[in-house]
Design a protein around this ligand. Structure first.
Ligand code: FES
Length: 125
């Protein structure tokens, strides 16, 4: 069941135990492709699955890592590096995003509830 909050809609996506540490998965959440990562520290992060630089829905196949304290995901296509916290593109690898795409990733708040992973989708403006 989905819960409506002032900021958005919480959508249950999977069980926490279904997520393999450091291996991303893609979920179709209310028509949106979301890449979900459970990190070695147990935290879960969700970003758009669309890679802004290749224009392909591949972020869930990216490589997890870190820059200092910031957990990151590197695109499997051109290896751009993004913060899993803010979605900010930290390394463009001297490339431009595909036409019309923002270089940064959308991020989605994740909550854990009794072993269930929920993602908050912002309400359409
Ligand atoms: S429910 Fe908290 S940001 Fe969406």
């Amino acid at each position: 069941m989905n819960a409506i909050t002032p900021a958005g809609t919480l959508v249950a996506v999977c069980a926490y135990d279904d997520l393999v540490p450091d291996l991303g998965v893609a979920a179709l959440v209310d028509g949106r492709q979301v890449a979900i990562f459970r990190l070695a520290d147990g935290s879960v992060h969700a970003v758009q699955n669309l890679c802004p630089f290749s224009g392909a829905h591949v972020m869930s196949r990216g490589i997890t890592g870190s820059r200092g304290e910031v957990p990151t995901i590197a695109s499997p296509v051109y290896k751009q590096v993004f913060s899993l916290i803010t979605g900010e593109c930290l390394a463009t690898m001297d490339k431009q995003p595909a036409p019309g795409l923002d270089p940064n990733l959308a991020t989605y708040p994740v909550t854990l509830d009794n072993g269930q992973v929920n993602i908050c989708l912002p309400d359409a403006a």
